[in-house]
Write a protein that binds this ligand. Sequence first.
Ligand code: SF4
Ligand code: SF4
Length: 227
Amino acid sequence: MRGGGMIGVVGDRAAAVGLAVVGAFHPRAGDGAPEGVGTICLLGARRGLMWRAFSGGKEASDGRPDPLDRWSRRVIGGLAAELGAVALYPFGGPPYQPFQRWAARGEGAVASPVAMQVTPGRGLWASWRGALGFGERIVLPRREGASPCPACPAPCRTACPVDAFAGGTYDVPRCVAHITSPAGAACREGGCLVRHACPAGRDLAPPAEQRRFHMEAFIRARLAAGA
Ligand code: SF4
Ligand code: SF4
């Protein structure tokens, strides 16, 4: 999201630490924003910028759990202190902040045919590392882009080699069984083939190391949960 004034300042400061303002909105009643917050700026990754910043940070190599979440807390907490905002995160619950709703309000995220949110600008690669909540109503540029799905032949429906979305929901055990098997090397090493298939985010896949990192973290979490 580009713009001048305060939103431009937030974007510049976010970029300086490896993040991007991927959406912003003025919360209304029912949006689940903290009391007194007039603007929420969503922060996410754009291309390889975040991965480079994270890889060079102390959390990436200290051997402790949840390095990316800890890096996010450090840099977004720093941004919040610098800019006079409150830091908000999609992890660390329960309870969890309603990031899916915020993504719908701030980035135009909609439900895709494969039980994931898709955004006009980042396709199925959309994810959020956190958000900044400002007390004031910052002037925001008009958000561009509508749902990419109506005009799309929906390759996402058929990209999964084990049809993990066939029932209209995400069959996590089926996915995990595949990606932990020899046949699942493409997903495990390169990232979810369904996300790759979406034309709305085709040029925005994260770097290979980041895709592998997320898949390994996902496998660890699901196996720990018994799925
Ligand atoms: S592949 Fe097409 S239908 Fe599927 S989520 Fe992407 S834009 Fe929507
Ligand atoms: S990671 Fe692979 S197996 Fe799992 S949903 Fe994506 S394409 Fe299917």
